[in-house]
Design a protein around this ligand. Structure first.
Ligand SMILES: [Zn+2]
Length: 293
């Protein structure tokens, strides 16, 4: 099995979005009000060459993001809290082509969640079986979906994703999972927090697992330090998932790959396992970080 890190451009958000300064109910407002930009981070999608078919995890952002009116002008988050840089040749279809892959040959597209920098390239895969968490699909619909930061108006109207239902039992520390492949070596696990229906994809190789974590945490460091981002709707759910994932990587040697972690592509290339130490048990490396739980 080969796994490719595909970077579909860059995104820049406010510092409070990457790491919430305070973990109270004002997190999201603080992200909107923040005037400090974090450094730009990569937008990754992942191509998995599996014997049963090609799997794409997330589709990255589209170059159309630069078109006037692509983002709703009235939306405070899109107005002031995010900047994208995606050139046409960085879009997922062009990058797959460069790898010698026809978009029509992709069997599955699994979306970790439906934010635009993960679902932005979905129009290129009308033939694929698209898999999304049902809670996520529901949350993204209509005007309230747009208010939550989704852009469903840009998805093909024919898009009818299959729902991830997690009926295939326990996987490591996660109580529920969905087997994607007959071999059972690709599993989808529910990891709500960053969004209400966020999921992650676990791929078992001979020597380790590769965990395609979407925005479960923006970095490996944030996972280990138990730090929330500044947009997660539920702090309780987000902490619960972070805790389960730390237990999980303690049970199974895992290369942990968030979509926007600048270190992800390198850790994939080096097969660098996440160090399974729960740092929340000791003094935090981050001033003001929430304690262990
Ligand atoms: Zn996201």
């Amino acid at each position: 099995m080969r796994i490719h890190a595909i970077q579909t451009g860059w995104v820049q958000v406010r510092r409070n979005q990457i790491l919430a300064r305070k973990e109270d109910g004002l997190r999201v407002l603080r992200t909107i009000a923040d005037r400090e930009w974090a450094p730009p981070v990569p937008i990754h999608a992942w191509l998995v060459e599996h014997p049963e078919g090609l799997l794409l995890v997330d589709t990255g952002e589209t170059a159309r993001v630069a078109d006037p009116g692509h983002h709703p002008g009235w939306h405070p988050y899109f107005r002031r809290s995010v900047r994208f840089e995606v050139r046409r040749h960085e879009e997922i279809d062009a990058q797959l082509q460069a790898l010698g892959v026809d978009t029509g040959d992709v069997r599955w597209v699994v979306l970790t969640h439906l934010h635009t920098d993960h679902a932005g390239g979905i129009r290129h895969f009308p033939q694929a079986e698209v898999i999304v968490d049902p809670t996520e699909w529901q949350a993204a619909q209509g005007p309230s979906g747009i208010l939550r930061g989704y852009l469903p108006q840009h998805w093909p109207s024919a898009l009818k994703p299959h729902h991830a239902l997690y009926k295939d039992g326990q996987w490591g520390a996660f109580e529920r999972s969905m087997r994607l492949t007959s071999a059972g070596d690709v599993r989808i696990i529910p990891t709500p927090g960053h969004t209400s229906g966020h999921l992650s994809v676990s791929i078992s190789l001979l020597e380790c697992d590769v965990l395609l974590a979407g925005d479960l945490s923006y970095t490996q460091e944030a996972l280990l330090a138990d730090r929330l981002d500044g947009v997660a709707p539920s702090a309780r759910l987000a902490h619960q998932t972070l805790r389960t994932m730390r237990r999980h990587v303690g049970m199974r040697p895992t290369v942990y790959l968030p979509s926007h972690d600048p270190g992800s592509a390198d850790r994939l290339a080096r097969r660098a396992f996440v160090e399974p130490i729960d740092r929340t048990q000791g003094p935090s490396a981050f001033p003001g970080a929430a304690g262990g739980s």
